[in-house]
Design a protein around this ligand. Structure first.
Ligand code: NAD
Ligand code: WQD
Length: 336
């Protein structure tokens, strides 16, 4: 079976994807610098799949670190999750984001090319749609970035398209994730943010478990059904499954593929609060706060292209997202 290099494989989406890849019979090598994750996540994945997983600790910005992977393993394709992802931090530290996400990806591609490995699946984001004029969002909608993080995703997409123009033997898939949430049904791996969570679901989970007093709801005057922001939350295991399907099909693609990964359904902040209360049996106190700078009212995918091209669609609904997220949070209140 083919060997897959998973950069950022110790992180939230990477660790869930590794589980599915190994279960499907792929050999996996994880490459991570643990800047936003811990080795414990890999230990837990090994327990889940009952198999030792190859790990090479290193930084995607280091050609020497990356070359160690290709010296030790014959890699068929790369799933590239490694990157920094905090929007607010990217505004304060733009150079760090361009260095890590853009330079890091360029370096990865250089080392891949040198070693004759030209298949890459890249973690892009719905953030590349900026503030869309209409929803649901199709892949051919105009793109724009409102912060350095989003710009790194757009730049990498463009760089990968240029790479393909220069050498069409590359096989490239750009997966644009909407809002990944939830965790593996075992509750042993999950999202483990550092410090105060930036994102809604981990924040709600920490309120439910008693680590935070209340949720600040950022704005209740948007043009949505209850005034709070609407997003397309997607279960991380569904997302992981889309990566498995993309790896399985990558040899069939003869152009750069750009694919939305969402459910196609939008839920508001207050919908999510209610769903989490029902799943956890805990009450989630909240206060209405001012809008957060840069937020948009509504964002949800048209996921029909993913179905057509990958034969993939999201299976898990909001109830399961909340139940699984609660299982992880309540059994690991301090994360890993
Ligand atoms: P994460 O922070 O949990 O995982 C990223 C992993 O990459 C971490 O383990 C981190 O240690 C590693 N890493 C970071 N920089 C590295 C470097 N220079 N060298 C080696 N390893 C490095 O994040 P995640 O939520 O799993 O996200 C994975 C990818 O998906 C990221 O590229 C992110 O931008 C993208 N994405 C995430 C979301 C989301 O909401 N979680 C949405 C859209 C896109
Ligand atoms: C969801 C909704 C908030 C926190 C971000 C990135 C995006 C992508 C996914 C990586 C919004 C509201 C949130 C809180 C709240 N990541 N909210 N109180 O902003 O849709 O997307 O993560 O690519 O690029 O921008 O996700 O979870 O932060 O917010 O009211 O404490 O919850 O205003 O309406 P977002 P989010």
């Amino acid at each position: 079976m083919n060997k897959i290099l998973v950069t950022g494989g110790a992180g939230y989406i990477g660790s869930h994807t590794v589980v599915l890849l190994v279960e499907a019979g792929y050999d996996v090598v994880i490459f991570d610098n643990f800047s936003n994750s811990s080795k414990e996540s890999i230990k837990r994945v090994e327990k889940l799949v009952n198999k030792k997983i190859e790990l090479i600790e290193g930084d995607i910005r280091s050609k020497d670190d990356l070359q160690k992977v290709f010296d030790a393993h014959k890699i068929d394709s790369v799933i590239h999750f490694a990157g920094l992802k905090a929007v607010g931090e990217s505004v304060e530290q733009p150079l760090r984001y361009y260095d890590n996400n853009v330079y890091g990806t360029v370096t990865l591609c250089e080392v891949m090319a040198k070693n004759g490995c030209k298949k890459i699946i890249f973690s892009s984001s719905a953030t590349v749609y900026g503030d869309p004029e209409t929803t649901p969002i199709l892949e051919n909608f105009p793109t724009s970035a409102t912060n350095p993080y989003g710009r790194t995703k757009l730049m990498v997409e463009e760089i990968l398209r240029d790479l393909y123009i220069s050498d069409s033997s590359w096989q490239i898939v750009l997966l644009r994730y909407f809002n990944p949430v939830g965790s593996h049904s075992s509750g042993t791996i999950g999202e483990d943010p550092n410090g105060i969570p930036n994102n809604l679901m981990p924040f709600i989970a920490q309120v439910a478990v008693g680590k935070r007093e209340f949720l600040s709801v950022f704005g209740d005057d948007y043009d949505t059904h209850d005034g709070t922001g609407v997003r397309d939350y997607i279960h991380v295991v569904d997302l992981a499954d889309a990566h498995l399907k993309a790896v399985n099909k990558i040899d069939d693609f003869s152009e750069v593929m750009t694919i939305n990964l969402g459910t196609g359904e939008g839920y508001s902040v207050l919908d999510m609060v209610k769903a989490f209360e029902e799943a956890s049996g805990k009450s989630i106190p909240y206060k209405i706060a001012p809008r957060r700078a840069g937020d948009i009212a509504t964002c949800f995918a048209d996921p029909s292209y993913a179905k057509e091209i990958l034969g993939w669609e999201a299976k898990k609904g909001v109830k399961q997202m909340c139940e699984d997220s609660w299982r992880w949070q309540s059994s690991n209140p301090s994360g890993y």
